[in-house]
Design a protein around this ligand. Structure first.
Ligand SMILES: [Zn+2]
Length: 144
């Protein structure tokens, strides 16, 4: 998927469900979010069983990491990435694959939906990073 398509997709989802809360969005699409104990380096992953998507999240993540990881996994689901693959989110991305970048871009685009146009212009990357709880590196996926 192209960058613009992903940004538009995030906008459409935001307008449809009127929220950036990933749990509400997951609930609306019948996707179950399960918290479980995982090794620290794993943030979460998505499984597709028959026609249901299950998102597994490391229960040891903080609130912001949890939100971002669920959004990221929803990105894989909404971008219809290969359904036979398991997408595992690691703390450190060793390989930045195209699909991982797309899921990250989806995460950023979803969060930016909640901002007013005027806020986007007023704040710099550092401020937006603080406000949205995502790294400047991820924000750059959206802006550049
Ligand atoms: Zn991923």
């Amino acid at each position: 998927m192209q960058k613009k398509e992903i940004i538009n997709l995030a906008k459409k989802i935001y307008n449809k469900y009127n929220t950036t809360d990933p749990l509400k969005i997951a609930f609306n699409i019948g996707c179950t979010v399960i918290y479980s104990n995982m090794p620290a380096k794993i943030k979460g992953y998505t499984l597709k069983i028959y026609r249901s998507n299950l998102i597994y999240i490391n229960e040891n993540l903080n609130e912001i990491e949890t939100r971002n990881t669920i959004l990221h996994e929803l990105g894989h689901i909404f971008c219809k990435h290969d359904e036979n693959r398991i997408f595992t989110s690691l703390k450190t991305h060793q390989v930045t694959s195209k699909l991982e970048n797309q899921a990250d871009l989806f995460t950023v685009a979803m969060l930016i939906n909640a901002l007013e146009e005027e806020e986007l212009e007023r704040y710099n990357l550092k401020q937006l990073s603080y406000m949205l709880g995502i790294s400047e590196e991820l924000l750059k996926l959206y802006f550049f």
